[in-house]
Write a new protein. Structure first.
Length: 166
């Protein structure tokens, strides 16, 4: 068991020239509420079951437990998930000692591009690459579990004015 500490940002600039790895991710939720989420994720040919607890008040950290799954089992488990699958490509972009995970969403979240950076603790200093826009750490609208039920395509214009249609 561990605590995940990360910051999230909207992506407003070009990042593709710095990408070192790319993954296709499909994920569904067996449970998603204010206190926990239980996720089935398929990343290329790997699969995982992940449990996340509630976020800290500042949105920077939360409990996370992850276990590998047989991909065949994970595909079967998707049938038991709540409606609303998240489909995205994840790009790994190293920058100044950190790796930024840039998620480009598809389907009902098409047009949304978010970057996350994991930190060793909430006070860790991180230099931000120029392709980042507004910080959205702690904004629950940008949590994948929330995007699975309230997708980006259904947001009102005033809700997505800061998000790029990159």
């Amino acid at each position: 068991m561990s605590v995940e500490t990360e910051r999230k940002f909207l992506v407003t600039g070009s990042f593709r020239e710095c990408v070192t790895s790319t993954y296709h991710i499909v994920q569904g939720y067996l449970c998603r509420d204010a206190t926990r989420s239980v996720r089935v994720r398929i990343r290329n040919t790997e699969a995982f079951l992940t449990i996340k607890g509630p976020s800290s008040p500042d949105g920077l950290s939360r409990f996370e437990w992850e276990q590998r799954l047989d991909p065949k089992d994970a595909y079967r488990m998707l049938a038991f998930c709540l409606p609303g699958v998240v489909d995205k490509h994840r790009y790994l972009v190293p920058y100044e000692g950190h790796v930024f995970e840039v998620d480009e969403f598809h389907g009902s979240n098409e047009g949304l591009v978010i970057a996350e950076v994991e930190l060793s603790d909430a006070n860790e200093e991180v230099l931000l690459p120029p392709f980042l826009g507004k910080e959205v750490t702690g904004d629950e609208r940008y949590y994948n579990a929330r995007l699975s039920v309230c997708p980006f395509s259904e947001w009102k214009e005033e809700d997505n004015k800061d998000a790029s249609h990159f």
